[in-house]
Structure formats: C-alpha cells, structure tokens
Design a binder for this molecule. Structure first.
Ligand code: MN
Length: 357
C-alpha cells in the first residue's frame, strides 16, 4: 500500500473532506482504491486526484451530483456547453426578474450590479436621474437601466403622446434586446421599438404624431478592454468621459447639427438657435427608422454618460465634465447633472444615466 494515499492525505490534496469522499464513494463516483479489511481504513490512488478535482470543480459550478455521476463516465464537451448555456439563460432570467422588481418598486437607480462578461466577471456601477425641469408640467423623458443595456428617450408630441412614445420605445427595446452580437441585437431592438411606436401612433388618434428620441449603449465587459455598442436616433446623446476629456459618441439628428457641420452655426450658438428642436430623424414618425450604430472600445476606467437634450441644451461640455470628474458615485453624479440643468434654467425635461466602467 506504499503508493496509495490514506483518506486523510487524499482529502487534503484533493480539497474534498473525508466525509464528502465517503459520500462520493457511496454514490459510486469516486470509490477508494483499497480498504483495509481489518481497520476499514480507506486508501486512494494518486491517479484518482484528477477525478476528484473534476468533481470538485463541477460541484463549484453547482452541477447536481446525479448529473456529475453520469458526466464523469462520459465526459463529453457537449454537456459542458449545455450547462454553460443553461447558466447564461438562468442568469439572464434572474437579472430580468430583478430589473422588473426594481421597476415594480418604481426605482430608477440601482447600486452595484455584477455583470457576466465574455471571459471575466467585472463590476459596473450605474446611477440615473430624471426630472421634468422647472418649466414643464410633465416629464416625457424616460430611461432604462438594465445591464448590460442602458438607454434614454425623449418623447415628442403633445401629452400623452410624448411620454407614451418614450416609455413604449424603452420597454420594447429592453424586451427585444438579446445581447450578442451587440450591433445586430441593438439594430433589431431599435427596429422593434420603432415599429411599436409607429403602430401605436397610427392606431390611437389621441397619440397621433407621437415619436421619441432613443439613445442606447450596451456595455460589454471583456479584459482588458470594454466594448461598447452605441445606437442613437434623434438628439439624445452618449458621451465617454476619460482622463478629463469628454468625448461625444453620438451625432445629433437635427437641423442645427447639419448647420454646425456646414459651418453656419458655431458650437456655442446652437443652444439658442430658433430651430434647435427640429429633428431630422426620430423613432415612430415613420414605419422604419434606422439608428446610427458605432462600436467604440475603451481601455481602462472611464465614465459613460447618456442624456437627453434637457441637459446638453442647458449646460456646456465644460460644466458637464466638471461634474463627471467629481468624486461621487454614479447615482450622485446623475443627480448633480440634473441639478446643474435646473440651476441653468431647467427649460426642458432631462434624463441622465451615468455608468462607471
Ligand atoms: Mn427634450
């Protein structure tokens, strides 16, 4: 018995306790190589450490013992893939249920979310805030925080059209977004959202003419880079704030943006331009409206900002950057940005999402 390991030593080297080992032996999964007929003492062969390690890993993956017993006899990669698929599905369903619970409670902001990436488990922190502003009596802006998907929408049209359009677009977007590949998933979800708003606007006379902006970011964590998929229709915006620099990731679909690009309006003049609210593209005003989609990659820590024009028309980039560089958590920063918009006049509804990546 010189080559054999006593159960105590095998337990220590395998990471499985003697009691657990006895259980596995009883289940026929990991049977001792020898048993002392007089003392009943159990011995394992060193070669069994590999099998013990496999069982331990599968237990850590929370695979039921009955399935492990079958798998170790026929360890085919297809079974591992199936378990992984089931895990993704379960995690996704549980995340959606948590998001629905958050909505059910009427909570917009959330603290810390564990987000499962392609090959790494990393953390994202996001916070959000929205406000009707000082001049309006309703809030037609809305937002969705449903990692890895984040989106803001600014409803157009008379009440109740505006708020119906922004809410319907966001709800459809969230339900339709399937994850990967993100550009295709976002494009498809935008099409569904557009169709939903268009159909409701065409069938309900009280909602006729409603539409909405829609700007969404899918944050896909991989090491060492973070991949983003950014999709936008209208003049709500996404920004990346990194190393003190604020970079706009979206391009407004507006008449004034065209004038800026033609050199007829400067960056400082657009906020007060009489045609500032004229959009050249909006969701729901036609049966099919295509978003702009970009796929930026980010290395290192950064802060993402999604916002409606209720913020950007009230505050310039320097003011926004100053608040984004502050020490607060994303929820606090989002509230501070809303406060900035209101302090500068608050002429419009505003919705803001801040995401640390
Ligand atoms: Mn607005």
């Amino acid at each position: 018995m010189e080559d054999l390991l006593p159960i105590g030593e095998f337990a220590a080297r395998s990471g499985l306790s003697a009691r657990v080992l006895r259980g596995y032996a009883a289940a026929g999964m990991l049977v001792p190589a020898a048993v002392d007929s007089r003392s009943g003492y159990r011995y394992y062969a060193p070669g069994q450490l590999r099998l013990a390690r496999l069982i331990l890993l599968l237990r850590q993956a929370r695979v039921p013992l009955s399935e492990i017993a079958i798998f170790i006899r026929h360890p085919d990669p297809g079974t591992l893939r199936r378990w992984e698929g089931e895990l993704h599905l379960e995690a996704r369903n549980r995340r959606q249920a948590l998001a629905a619970a958050r909505d059910h409670l009427g909570l917009a902001a959330f603290g810390l979310a564990l987000h499962e990436g392609d090959d790494a488990l990393t953390t994202q922190t996001a916070g959000s805030a929205t406000d009707q502003g000082t001049a309006r009596t309703t809030n037609q802006d809305a937002l969705v925080v449903s990692p890895p998907l984040f989106a803001v929408a600014d409803g157009l049209g008379q009440t109740p059209g505006g708020e119906t359009a922004s809410r319907l677009a966001l709800d459809t977007l969230r339900a339709a977004f399937t994850g990967e590949p993100a550009a295709e998933a976002l494009a498809a979800a935008f099409r569904q959202a557009g169709r939903a708003v268009w159909e409701r606007a065409s069938t309900d006379p009280s909602l006729h003419g409603m539409g909405t902006t829609l700007t969404a970011v899918a944050v896909l964590q991989t090491q060492p880079q973070t991949r983003l998929a950014v999709a936008s229709i209208g003049d709500s915006r996404a920004y990346l704030f990194q190393d003190g620099q604020l970079r706009q990731l979206t391009r407004d679909h507006s008449v004034v943006q065209s004038l800026i690009e033609a050199g007829q309006v400067t960056d400082d003049q657009w906020r007060t331009h009489p045609d500032r609210s004229l959009l050249t593209r909006a969701l729901g005003i036609a049966p099919v409206v295509e978003p702009d989609i970009t796929l930026p990659e980010v290395t290192g820590n950064a802060r993402l900002l999604l916002c409606t024009d209720g913020l950007t028309a009230q505050a310039d980039h320097a003011e926004i950057a100053a608040i984004l560089s502050g020490p607060g958590d994303p929820g606090q920063v989002a509230s501070d940005l809303i406060e900035l918009a209101n302090n500068n006049g608050g002429a419009d509804n505003a919705a803001v999402i801040v995401i640390d990546i």
